[in-house]
Design a protein around this ligand. Sequence first.
Ligand code: SAM
Length: 512
Amino acid sequence: MKEESLKNTKTDKNPYSYNGDVVNLPPHLTAQNGDGSTSQLTDSEEEIQKKPHNKKVYIESYGCQMNFSDSEIVASILDQEGYKITENFENANLVLVNTCSIREKAEQTVRKRLELFNRLKRNNKDLKIGVLGCMAERLKHKFLEEEKMVDLVVGPDAYRDIPNLLREAEAERDAVNVILSKEETYGDIAPVRTSSNGVSGFVTITRGCDNMCTFCVVPFTRGRERSRDPKSILEEIAQMAECGYKEVTLLGQNVDSYLWYGGGLKKDFSKANPLQQKTAVNFAMLLDLVANAQPKMRIRFSTSNPQDMSLDVIRAMAKFNNICKHVHLPVQSGSNLILRKMNRQHTREQYFELINNIRKIIPRCGISHDMITGFPSETEQDHQDTLTLMEQVKYDFGFMFAYSERPGTLAAKKIKDDIPESTKKRRLQEIIDLQRIHSEYRTRQYIGKTVCILIEKSSKRSSDFWSGRTSQNTVAVFPKENYKVGDFVDVKIEKVTSATLIGNVIGISSSI
Ligand code: SAM
């Protein structure tokens, strides 16, 4: 199946980018090795002295931003084992592919990469290759035993076991750990920030998912939902602030469902003791804590699930200037019939009510979406319902996908994938075209206005221009002048495309 998505206004390394990209190291985190390759600098000089950093690991990450964030945890664990990050897989001692299985295409891509890495073994007999993440559980036998493409297979909750697994692999024994955990949040591990520009970084606050959307493989690959200790979240963000970061994105499959009551699965909250229940921290409270603790940092979060987004969260966004005015709110379909078959816990009407509340409380809030076309049994009327929902919301941008049946999901077990590929593709194109119109409608509202932008990097189109984002998460580009990455600047918008605002800097912003 050929699958397309519109990454409108989105670039790589973006929390809202699902197509995946290879991790690149920002200049401030890389060092030149003797052989000319670059490698990661560790935060702890003490640790460097303890273990010689004479081995190199190359990590390639695919899928959602959570996978990129997990790779930073793996980099940290390997750092303790004496591994430096390299950007060049040809001189690595260890190659790790952090995988995604959300759609079939992601799996095919990983297989091709593993074939390429295996060819390196001809000249480098000691090279070890590992598969991490969401594909690990499903493909462990195939990759390790049948096809012998990898030396180790590690699931998303077993990264602490990588040092042991490496020893197993070196002893030519099977090295697999795909056990899912009730507790693991990696809260105590300081990530080595490999996928950051040194200005905006990601902090995982929940792991796993309990939603059981029938199309989705996440609950099976990442396990049940659990939240991370707010203290460790605040500490990690404080460290980022100390290192000069200006923006943090709180990550989770369903951040609004965040609930810390001392550890353990969300579903076991009802079994917690009365004190734990009374002192539990929910997502609105966490936002309050983070926003108060770091008033000079922009705070973003992703992904929100309509059923869990509370008015308290929307009010917290309105209350704090430093919480960005953008909500990524996947809806997946505009048809109530399809929403029910997807086991989404909201109707089209409830979704509109939520959108109305967001717009009422935060009048200039950016709203984006995920949408799936061609879910089994989707009729032309269901498809029209999706188009009319989009027409009503007029999203700023969105990610749109053709349905891809995933083995093990409830839909794969119970509902026949009966929509022809040509129909899925045509419907996908129709929603992409409509989104482009809405994106342009939204970006045009900016013409003549002055907006605060955090400068993140050079524009891809021209090295004379900076690129950054508005609070609403719309990309803006403008001449560099004497400004630098990490500055908050006021930019007057002169013209727009459907994805980008183009303007000139007026000066350093007093806002963030
Ligand atoms: N947790 C979020 C939620 O449930 O809304 C996002 C989960 S997923 C990592 C990101 C997006 O991939 C989903 O919102 C959905 O649009 C898309 N997706 C997930 N499973 C899919 C499938 N089987 N076929 C096509 N798209 C899929």
